[in-house]
Design a protein around this ligand. Structure first.
Ligand SMILES: Cc1ncc(COP(=O)(O)O)c(C=O)c1O
Length: 396
């Protein structure tokens, strides 16, 4: 962040009460950055319709900004589905139904029966990856359109998902066949290369796999996709995983998009395929800056320890669940020394960093961390009774 922006962040945090004796930390979300990320995504991947993965940050204000940009949505629960449904509640019935069909995907491969039951009347697009799920869908949500999630290599991605989801290549067409034979509609295939994917081979291998599965289904005369405007369009859902720069070093987004565009042209003609993606992190990570306050200080065995009014049970929960290291910086300048930073709870596990370079800080001094918009406040708790960070939206 440039100095001017840093000063602005400090001013906003002060204006919003961080210096109050009970003040929580403050998470400042800049909606201009979300708009920039959305446009960057669509300009580098012109054939891809982005379905924002709401789980990355489900604040209604963020969802609204993406809605206003014409975005679509990937939801992981009925609650997230309702969040989007609320945005369209004033549309006429038919438009609402079209929006649900064209702009929402329920991308969690496992759904409980109650969820399927409630979703059925919306005729949604939903994902499955195994036969037991298929039977559940047949029973509780037969009106849904199905997307089969195939296994994808997650090698070198910061967050691996391939241990949990994805049909094997060898069983994929049988799962498509079982769905179609039982009277359900299969609309396409999806995969997820793992979140913060720094290895483009995960994408290219998954695209080749998807291509082969579409071909095999064709050769066995299983028709994927519905007829729209006279053509049968099939959905290729390339999931999320698009990397962001946490340390200013990861430069892979542009390179990945070049490879993706080449593969799309080679394997998936525009006439036959509609390509969608489920970016979460990419849309929101760099939109948020966290400002926290020093609430305690000690020296132990010659090393300075700071306690801040946030921590791994709160906005820094991404350090555990999302495996990201956020760098805490100081607004104050001065000679720096390696310090330990603990969170506000009583738990010794609540350590933000054992080695951060900071100047000599006093109680009440402010520190900040950038790129804290994805998988951060989303997994914050009330542990020890401490409330989550106060959220401030700017450029909404
Ligand atoms: C099914 C699905 N889609 C999309 C995403 C978003 O991924 P990312 O934030 O890496 O873009 C996730 C993340 O866990 C996911 O599970």
């Amino acid at each position: 962040m440039e100095q001017k922006e840093i000063k602005k962040i400090e001013k906003i945090a002060k204006k919003n009460g961080i210096h109050h004796i009970d003040g929580t930390s403050i998470l400042i979300i800049n909606h201009d950055k979300i708009r920039y990320n959305f446009k960057r995504f669509t300009s580098h991947l012109p054939r891809v319709q982005p379905y924002y993965a709401v789980k990355a940050n489900s604040l209604p204000e963020i969802v609204k900004t993406i809605y206003d940009l014409g975005g679509s949505f990937d939801v992981a629960s009925y609650q997230e589905f309702l969040l989007i449904n609320r945005l369209i509640k004033n549309l006429p019935l038919e438009e609402r139904q079209n929006f649900i069909w064209e702009k929402i995907i329920y991308a969690h491969p496992i759904k409980n029966e109650g969820t399927l039951n409630k979703l059925n009347r919306y005729k949604p697009l939903i994902v499955y990856d195994n036969e037991i799920e298929l039977k559940k869908i047949k029973k509780y949500a037969p009106n849904a359109g199905l997307i089969l999630r195939i296994w994808s290599p997650n090698t070198g991605s910061v967050v691996e998902l391939s241990n949990k989801f994805g049909a094997e290549k060898s069983e994929a067409v049988n799962l498509i066949a079982k769905a179609i034979d039982s009277g359900l509609t299969v609309e396409g295939l999806s995969f997820h290369v793992g979140s913060q994917c720094l290895n483009s081979v995960n994408y290219t291998t998954s695209l080749e796999n998807a291509y082969n599965i579409f071909e095999e289904a064709d050769s066995r005369s299983y028709k994927i996709g519905h007829l729209g405007h006279g053509d049968r369009k099939r959905i290729l859902d390339i999931g999320g995983g698009f990397p962001v720069r946490y340390n200013g070093k990861e430069k892979r987004f542009k390179k990945i998009t070049e490879l993706l565009n080449n593969s799309f042209d080679r394997l998936f003609s525009e006439k036959e395929f509609e390509i969608i993606a489920e970016p979460g992190r990419f849309m929101v990570a760099n939109s948020a800056t966290l400002v926290a306050k020093i609430i305690g200080k000690a020296t132990r065995r010659g090393k300075t320890i700071y306690y801040i009014n946030d921590g791994v049970y709160h906005t820094f929960s991404g350090q555990l669940f999302d495996h990201i290291n956020y760098t805490l910086k100081s607004f104050k300048k001065g000679p720096q020394e390696i310090s330990t930073i603990f969170g506000q709870t009583c738990d010794g596990f609540d350590v933000q960093s054992q080695a951060t370079l900071l100047p000599d800080l006093d109680l009440g001094d402010l520190v900040y961390a950038e790129s804290m918009g994805a998988y951060t406040n989303a997994s914050s708790t009330y542990f020890n009774g401490f409330p989550p960070a106060k959220i401030i939206h700017i450029n909404q």
